[in-house]
Ligand binder design. Structure first.
Ligand SMILES: [Zn+2]
Length: 148
């Protein structure tokens, strides 16, 4: 209990954001399923894939900018390990570069007309893949894609 409370405080900035996103998701009716795993609330959403401290959102699907496949869930759980490690530094060291890469991916799509395939090769995404145990599967998929 005390450990849980201390951990919640250690990750407070991302926990506050996570709680906010959960409220928005609840309001919009986009939560599909909630499970507790790794002492985390793992939330399947119809629209978000973002890891915010205790609250780990994942979704599958294709949008204009990204293909969120079945590795997304473990990838986001990988981010939650970064959050536990970095505490208050998670948002500046992981959140900010991730958001910048998302913006880059959006700009890339609009300028070139193609999806950017380098997203998961960047820091901190490749690290999250490793922590989530999906780095090898992602690399295999990418190699197959490029062989086509
Ligand atoms: Zn990520």
């Amino acid at each position: 209990m005390l450990r849980g409370a201390l951990l919640f405080l250690w990750e407070l900035p991302q926990n506050i954001l996570g709680l906010l996103v959960l409220g928005l998701e609840r309001g919009a009716g986009t939560v599909k399923e909630i499970r507790i795993e790794h002492d985390r609330m793992v939330i399947q959403s119809t629209r978000n894939a973002v890891s915010l401290g205790y609250f780990v959102f994942w979704s599958e699907g294709v949008n204009r900018y990204f293909i969120l496949d079945d590795l997304t869930r473990e990838h986001e759980i990988g981010h939650s390990f970064q959050s536990r490690l970095l505490g208050p530094l998670y948002l500046p060291l992981v959140g900010v570069p991730s958001v910048l890469h998302v913006l880059y991916a959006m700009a890339y799509r609009e300028v070139t007309g193609r999806r950017w395939t380098g997203y998961f090769d960047t820091y901190p995404e490749s690290w999250a893949d490793r922590l989530g145990g999906v780095a090898e599967r992602r690399a295999e998929r990418k190699a197959k894609q490029q062989a086509k």
